[in-house]
Design a protein around this ligand. Structure first.
Ligand code: NDP
Length: 487
């Protein structure tokens, strides 16, 4: 009989059973490897009650003690890095090497960073000489925070919420994606071992429309931090509209890479390969539209295709695998559907899915896995679906442009505004273009280089709110102004 990993809800410091269970698939083999609770209102109520009861104790725990506990969480997680990386890969499909290099170290860093940055937070004070009054601000945790995270970077994004929420004194109920729940469940053990008191962190596993919906609507949850798709964010906004909840929404992107003719292609091409295909293209910040100045277009494209073809796709546990499997059968079908429709509409698929066949099967540990080769598409129009909609897979379009004004207009011509990358050796142009791009983050001659102190978030349909050292503390607290007449 096959042994499955049995994920359990974590409520009030205890692992608890749930009547209904869901299958969770290993994307590299297409086989069920874990059973997940199919939680609903009952489990969410229990978790919210536990969090509400734990709130007075945790919120009044001295900041330095909270910080010490959270730093211990980071230390224990770090000591179990390899084990978490293997589980993250099996659950999500990403290479183990990537989880070891990126996901789990970043989760450790998130916990450590917010545990310490909150110790350095300062508030404001003003003295008014007439009428002689001191005004100052003070911050208080909001209460029970609902944290909803997606499947692409499970531990990375869960801890990006959990770290600041807990450091600020809130208690939480987390709802990870039902497709990638295993590492969040393992993490509960780490939290307990580090001394996080019962009820401070509760994990409820299950689907978005059932467990997630019960959490966002819960009247005792005044704050929701959500990372996921733009359409789901619309559902959450509508569901919470009458309750005036605090919402942070980190959503999708259709990110542009803009490559001017004076760019250093030796750096630009490998970085754009990474920005397009890392984590199977399943990163909200991945580049999906590459605009290349016409004079270097052919040269860029030839090298870019050659590097994409050289990517090793396959068994996520093999040390030399660079790209693993997409998260689910349905998601792989969605991604390949976009490629197919683009081709039917007259686009040229230069490499990857449907072109470099054979590589998938031979590199995959199992042909039933959800593998899609890095795919480069040309000869598309700006208003084609593949240039407008978030594909969230290893698919990138490359198109030529002639001048700066034109490329800024075209890069901004989508509903999203998460990030962009600009490649040029002209410093004036770089700053000029960065200011004009409608995006929350602009990378110049680099990608994914961001200090956690800096605000992170999107504009337009890519989200509402910012997270980072100061921004996260501001979001996870209510500020109060105290006015004292002293003369
Ligand atoms: P979804 O929006 O489908 O899901 C995100 C989370 O919300 C999951 O935990 C999901 O649960 C849950 N959920 C779904 N429906 C509801 C609901 N009605 N009420 C409450 N919760 C719900 O996104 P994906 O998981 O597919 O993630 C991919 C998306 O996330 C992409 O659009 C990507 O761009 C975006 N993203 C944005 C980032 C950013 O920082 N801007 C970073 C990473 C990803 P379940 O999956 O279990 O159904």
């Amino acid at each position: 009989m096959t042994e499955f990993v049995q994920v359990k809800n974590f409520i009030n410091g205890k692992f608890t059973d749930c009547v209904g269970l869901l299958d969770s698939f290993n994307p590299a083999t297409g086989e069920v490897w874990a059973k997940i609770p199919d939680s609903g209102q009952y489990e969410v109520d229990a978790a919210v009650n536990a969090a509400a009861q734990a709130f007075p104790g945790w919120s009044q725990t001295p900041q330095a003690k909270r910080s010490a506990i959270l730093q211990k969480v980071a230390d224990i997680l770090e000591s179990r890095l390899d084990e978490f990386a293997v589980a993250e890969s099996r659950d999500q499909g990403k290479p183990v090497s990537l989880a070891k290099r990126m996901d789990i170290p970043r989760a450790v860093h998130n916990m450590r960073f917010f545990a310490t940055s909150c110790l350095n937070h300062q508030e404001k004070a003003n003295y008014m000489d007439i009428p002689g009054a001191l005004n100052y601000t003070t911050r208080l945790p909001v209460g029970v925070a609902g944290l909803i995270s997606p499947w692409n970077l499970p531990m990375y994004l869960l801890t990006f919420k959990l770290g600041p929420a807990l450091a600020s004194g809130n208690t939480v109920v987390c709802k990870p994606s039902e497709m990638t729940s295993v590492t969040a469940w393992m993490f509960c053990e780490v939290l307990s071992e580090a001394g996080v008191p019962p009820g401070v962190v509760n994990m409820v596993f299950g689907t978005g429309p059932k467990a997630g919906d019960a959490l966002v609507r819960h009247p005792s949850v005044p704050l929701i931090s959500f990372t996921g798709g733009t359409a789901t964010a619309g559902v959450i906004r509508a569901a919470t509209a009458t309750q005036c909840k605090k919402l942070s929404l980190e959503l999708g992107g259709k990110n542009a890479g803009i490559i001017f003719e004076d760019a250093d292609l030796e750096k630009c091409i490998p970085t754009t390969i990474r920005s397009s295909f890392v984590n199977q293209g399943e990163v909200c910040l991945c580049t999906s539209r590459v605009f290349v100045q016409r004079s270097i277009y052919d040269r860029f494209l030839e090298k870019f295709i050659a590097e994409a073809r050289a990517i090793k796709v396959g068994d996520p546990s093999a040390p030399d695998t660079w790209m693993g499997a997409l998260v689910s059968k349905e998601h792989a079908a969605k991604v390949t559907g976009y490629i197919q429709r683009a081709a039917e509409g007259g686009a040229t698929v230069q490499c990857g899915h449907g072109i470099d066949t054979g590589i998938d099967g031979s590199n995959a540990i199992n042909p039933k896995g959800y593998f899609v080769r890095p795919t480069i598409i040309t000869d598309v129009k700006d208003d084609d679906a593949i240039m407008q909609e978030e594909v969230f897979g290893p698919v990138v379009c490359v198109v030529p442009f002639d001048n700066e004004e034109e490329v800024v207009r075209r890069a901004n011509g989508v509903q999203y505004g998460l990030c962009a990358a600009v490649w040029t050796s002209d410093a004036s142009r770089l700053h000029r273009v960065a200011r004009k791009l409608e995006a929350g983050t602009v990378w110049a001659n680099c990608w994914l280089v961001r200090d956690l102190h800096m605000p992170f978030g999107g504009c337009k349909s890519s989200g509402v709110g910012r997270e980072g050292a100061v921004d996260s503390i501001e979001f996870y607290t209510e500020v109060k102004t105290v006015c004292v007449q002293i003369e």
